[in-house]
Design a protein around this ligand. Structure first.
Ligand SMILES: [Zn+2]
Length: 481
């Protein structure tokens, strides 16, 4: 985020709009005076364009004000100040952790309401260590977490050990799904009591009462039991792994990854998954679906467990990508040098995948909820991947696990006829239109972009979400917090 001294496009824009309104000019009228189209000026007023100095001078002249009036670094009115505060608050890393929709500070929101909302943001920010983190900080921290995972080949030894100890405390028999009984015993071993209840609020998976040392979970519905199992384990992970409360951003992301890793390592234990993978490798029949079935976990969690163990124990390097229908990576991991696009910090979240890759081709296949295998020839070599779109999740995510050509022989589906060629990031691969099309359509197509509520709203690794719901509600001394 810019320092207060710097010229900020949004403040400049608001000042231009303020003096334009005072001068009683429309965008069109100002446009005529300074020789710019109204849509351009509109972008400028919204902080989406940074004008050249000459234009600022022209605008000042047209509005009958001094250039310095436009270049002041404070918002022109209290209303503007509030709107800018809200816009910034919603761009912060802290806000991104809330998982609640953004609102536009439009004219419909009155001053009192706006001041109230901004006040709440301020209070929450003051109580958090994540307060100063902007999107760039999030990317940087995400990149660091990703690097850490890659350096460890996707395998976090200490967390596996903690999970192993937790499994022992829970009386887990060593195979099959981790039961509710196991969860109750594990919770007890940490000094908490697990209480299955019938009347869980619909928005919560579990409620923790730290005063009475109880965790409430929903007991009836099977799907919610599965979610609750994960939510409770994530809560216990904080205790077991000794996570500091109120961490800074880097620590927060690391903790989040470890928490998710721990839950997965309990639900799909190392020894059992490994035993399964070893047999599957012998039979040239490795498939994520088997891990999923065996442990009653989501496909995505099964894929992460496979990626966690496959390099360290089976010597197979791999990549794992969770991406949406447009090919935007939600989270992922790669230690097999597959040329996945990366940001400046090495992170792959929010990057867009090649259209020829399995993660995207699967959405075009006949049976989009089946499993799509393919080989992809790339300049750096050929890769094999297996992609599955998990049913029942909205939006739909493709979960891809892939390996270099030489390692395809260990996987089910290696005999697929599907084969694609990708030369990304070469623009002619799938991004730029062919010469004919460009000639025909250049200047004749206008796309109206939908405003995206979460362009950067991706605090990478909760690698194992099962639903986009509030994780837990903590009750301290009777107050929800
Ligand atoms: Zn491409």
């Amino acid at each position: 985020m810019a320092e207060p001294q710097q010229l900020e496009p949004l403040i400049l824009g608001r000042r231009v709009r303020h003096y334009r309104n005072e001068a009683g000019l429309t965008l069109d009228q100002l446009g005529e005076l300074v020789g710019k189209p109204a849509p351009y000026l509109s972008l400028l007023e919204n902080g989406k364009k940074e004008p050249r100095v000459n234009l600022v001078v022209d605008i000042a002249k047209a509005l009958g004000v001094d250039v310095t009036d436009l270049l002041e670094t404070t918002p022109p009115t209290r209303r503007d100040a509030l709107e800018i505060s809200l816009i910034r608050a919603q761009e912060s890393a802290l806000f991104e952790t809330f998982d609640i929709p953004t609102i536009k500070p439009s004219a419909k929101v009155d001053n009192q309401t706006l001041a109230h909302i901004v006040g709440l943001h301020d209070v929450i920010r003051a109580k958090s260590n994540l307060k100063s983190a902007g999107s760039e900080d999030v990317r940087k921290a995400n990149g660091a977490v990703h690097t850490y995972l890659v350096e460890n080949d996707g395998y976090l030894k200490e967390v596996e050990v903690a999970a192993r100890e937790a499994l022992e405390s829970s009386g887990y028999a060593g195979e099959g799904p981790f039961s509710s009984r196991n969860l109750i015993d594990l919770t007890a071993s940490i000094g908490l009591e697990l209480m299955p209840i019938d009347d869980m609020p619909s928005f919560a998976r579990s409620i923790i009462d730290t005063y009475n040392k109880r965790i409430y979970i929903a007991q009836r519905n099977e799907l919610r039991t599965r979610q609750a199992r994960k939510a409770v384990l994530q809560t216990l992970a904080g205790f077991v792994l000794g996570h500091e409360p109120d961490p800074d951003l880097d620590t927060f992301l690391r903790q989040r990854m470890e928490t998710a890793y721990f839950a997965a390592a309990v639900l799909a234990p190392e020894d059992s998954v490994l035993a399964r993978l070893l047999v599957a490798k012998e039979n040239h029949d490795i498939d994520v679906e088997d891990v999923k079935e065996l442990f009653y976990v989501s496909y995505e969690m099964a894929a992460w467990r496979t990626a966690n163990l496959i390099t360290r124990h089976l010597g197979i390097r791999c990549h794992l990508l969770v991406s949406d229908e447009m090919g935007v990576v939600v989270k992922g991991y790669a230690n097999d040098d597959v040329p996945v696009p990366r940001d400046d910090h090495g992170g792959i979240e929010t990057q867009r995948l090649c259209r020829r890759w399995g993660a995207r081709m699967t959405f075009e296949s006949q049976d989009r909820f089946g499993t799509h295998q393919q080989y992809t020839d790339m300049p750096s070599g050929t890769y094999f991947c297996s992609t599955h779109v998990e049913a029942g999740r909205t939006p739909s995510y493709a979960i891809t696990i892939g390996v270099r050509f030489d390692d395809a022989r260990w996987f089910r589906g290696r005999d697929t006829e599907n084969r694609e060629t990708s030369t990304c990031p070469d623009p002619s691969c799938c991004r730029a239109p062919s010469g004919d099309l460009a000639d025909k359509w250049a200047g004749n197509v206008m796309v109206s972009a939908r405003s995206q509520s979460r362009i950067l709203g991706l605090m990478a690794p909760d690698p194992y979400p099962e639903l986009d719901m509030p994780e837990v509600l903590t009750v301290v001394d009777g107050h929800a917090g």
